[in-house]
Design a protein around this ligand. Structure first.
Ligand code: ZN
Length: 415
């Protein structure tokens, strides 16, 4: 995955986290999904119709809020000629902010994948399913289980196993019929096995070549020995697919149930592969740290300084990091400061208190997301950003011992 899309994925994930926390006090939050090719004028007339129907809502407060949300949408749509390439989603409504108060909010999402279906949805929470689906893992593995009598071709997409092709052979058993010479029988049998392997190779290659290139992680082959070894050694798969074989695994079944047996047998290897890249990065960081080379940097201010002089090779950010910098100013004098803190979705930060110089009340004039800010510097400097999960030891150390952020430097800066 490229740096850009890793950051976009992180952003999208965070936006969804935030949207999940929003609740209405009644059925008054509107989610509007607009595909690229939808006529805006059609939507406008439907919204006007919904506005009219909302007049029948019994609760006065809900009625006012729903109509207010629709009006806000209508005024936004006035400036939209056509939805962007992947479509656009508007989330609008009176969000419950506690203390018996609501706040009319609009959140606009341009999704990472195309919106297929137009939807208008009104409920006490936002309708997020189509976006949640986009977040789901799409990594794909080719699956093949094989013995000399039967083979099944399938795919593992995210966590889902799909069966595509089932083939059976006419390879004769080991016992020859009377009257046949042993040599001739053996020859025919080998030819039949070769033909069967070739059919399997062609069928599997056809299925695997259709996988979207960027999602295709590799091929797993299962079955009894020595069939699967023989099949691999014979290079019956298309050469591009042959290169992507991850490993051979024992499986007793070669029908559809063999596919899940194969996935189970390979599961450890798969999660290893997944984490391998992240693990290597973290090990590099700890290696520099232990060697005291000056090339391991941590602490937000040190990292920022190293980023700004272009000394960072890789910036390591924990997927669990949610941090914000408040820019704080005094309204009465020139005092200004910043405060960096962690946050959870739906949580508001503490008031900054009083000015140490003049005693007036301090104000947060701006909130800056730390991950956004640092990623932006990385973009400008051409620095690689790696998002690290907390599913392995070094990854959770990054979060817990280093505050979720660290950097490997190209050279020691002494910062
Ligand atoms: Zn002051």
């Amino acid at each position: 995955m490229s740096e850009q899309s890793a950051h976009q994925k992180y952003e999208f994930k965070r936006k969804l986290e935030m949207l999940r926390t929003k609740k209405g006090r009644g059925t008054e939050l509107i989610s509007l999904y607009i595909p690229h090719d939808k006529q805006i004028s059609d939507i406008t007339s439907q919204l006007k119709n919904e506005h009219g129907q909302a007049a029948n809502i019994k609760s006065k407060l809900t009625r006012t809020n729903v109509q207010g949300a629709i009006e806000s949408l209508l005024s936004r749509l006035r400036y939209l000629n056509r939805a962007p390439e992947n479509g656009i989603v508007y989330f609008t409504g009176a969000v419950d902010v506690g203390a018996n108060k609501t706040n009319m909010e609009t959140i606009i999402v341009e999704p990472p994948e195309p919106i297929i279906t137009y939807r208008y949805h009104c409920d006490s929470s936002f309708y997020l399913q189509p976006l949640e689906d986009m977040l789901r893992e799409k990594k794909t593995y080719g699956l093949l289980v094989i013995d000399r009598r039967e083979a099944t071709v399938g795919l593992l997409v995210g966590k889902r196993i799909e069966s595509y092709r089932h083939l059976t052979s006419t390879v004769p058993g080991k016992q020859r019929k009377g009257g046949q010479s042993a040599h001739r029988f053996q020859q025919l049998r080998l030819i039949a096995i070769h033909d069967f392997y070739k059919r399997i190779g062609d069928a599997a290659s056809e299925v695997f070549l259709a996988i979207d290139h960027k999602d295709f992680e590799g091929v797993l082959i299962g079955g009894p020995s020595p069939t699967k070894e023989e099949f691999e050694a014979g290079e019956y798969l298309h050469h591009e697919i042959q290169k992507k074989i991850i490993g051979l695994f024992d499986a007793a079944y070669t029908d559809e149930s063999g596919l899940s047996e194969l996935v189970n047998a390979a599961s450890e290897r798969l999660s290893d592969l997944d984490l391998m890249v992240e693990k290597k990065m973290m090990q590099r960081f700890f290696g520099e740290l232990v060697a005291d080379s000056g090339k391991a940097s941590y602490g937000i201010e040190q990292i920022r300084a190293n980023l700004e002089v272009g000394a960072v090779d890789v910036l390591l950010i924990s997927e669990d990091l949610r941090a914000e910098k408040d820019i704080i100013k005094c309204g009465s004098c020139d005092y200004a400061t910043t405060s960096t803190h962690k946050w959870k979705p739906g949580e508001t930060s503490e008031a900054p208190g009083n000015c140490p110089k003049c005693g007036s009340i301090l104000e947060v004039v701006e909130k800056v997301d730390i991950v956004d800010e640092l990623s932006e510097i990385c973009d400008q400097m051409g620095t690689e950003v790696a998002f690290i999960s907390t599913d392995f030891e070094e990854g959770s150390q990054l979060m817990n011992a280093f505050g979720g952020i660290a950097a490997i430097l190209r050279y020691s800066t002494g910062i």
